[in-house]
Every structure is written in C-alpha cells, then in structure tokens.
Design a protein around this ligand. Sequence first.
Ligand code: 4NP
Length: 157
Amino acid sequence: MPSVLFVCLGNICRSPAAEAVFRHLVEENHLGHAIEIDSAGTAGWHAGNPPDDRAQLVGREYGYNLSNQRSRQVTLSDFDRFEYVIAMDISNFENLKKMAPEDYDGTLAMMLDFAGKKGEEVPDPYYGGIEDYHHVYKLLQPAAKGLLDHIRKTHQI
Ligand code: 4NP
C-alpha cells in the first residue's frame, strides 16, 4: 500500500496541516483505505502535543480537523514504513537525507515539488502571525493534489 509521511521541524504546524489537507483529499476520492498517511518532526521538542492552536484554528476554517493529531519525532523505522517521505523545507529535507539509510528505496522529496515549485519551501509559520498559517494552507492544497495525482498514476489507483 502506498504510504506517505509528511515532515517538518516541530510536527505541530506545517506537517500536521499537510497531513490533514492530504487526508481530506484522499478521503474525498474514496481512497482512505488505500493510502497510509502520517506526519512527524525532525525535532522532538513537542512530542505528545496536539498541533499549534493557530494551525488548528485556520485549518478548521478550511474544513480540516487536526485535533486528534499528536506530535512525534521521525525515527529510522519510518524509512521502512513509508514509501514517500515529504519534507516541508530545505533544512528538514537535508536532515532527512542525512538520516535515511543508504538503501532507502522510497521517495524523499519536498512538498512543493508536487505543486510544480521545485526546491521551494513551505515557510515556518511558528514565529509569524495568523496570515502565515493561511499562506501555509494555500501552498499545501495544490501540492497535496499534485502528490495524490502522482501516487494514483504510479500505483494505478
Ligand atoms: P513546524 O513549526 O515545524 O511547522 O511544526 C515549528 C514548530 C515549533 C518550532 C519551530 C517550528 N519551535 O521552535 O518550537
């Protein structure tokens, strides 16, 4: 089964948002049973915590429910579990590249690659304002669609 792990730094803002946007889209397409989805952070500072209130609040405005998510840190075993490991920014991407086993045969990519914006980042909204969270969701929506299109084509689902 195709499996996707979204990764940011703290796993309380961008990657929980990416998980919610992608899950919503997958379920809308009746593929909830066919794709495994999770998110994690390269840092473990917020492990066990729910997503940032601002990520939840803005998410609700777009119809996403993040309240059941809990932060966790990326582990080595994630590279066994997930075919797609998707980083929100270059720093997370570089850290994941260092961490990945040499024989990892999945796809390590940046989220906005799937929106035709190769190398561009989903900027960290943590020290910003509510408008930065809106910006995050607006970047994530087309990228989630591009990622699902890619997976559907690759896996013929
Ligand atoms: P995220 O945002 O990586 O999108 O979850 C951040 C969350 C927390 C911190 C930084 C970024 N922090 O420094 O605690």
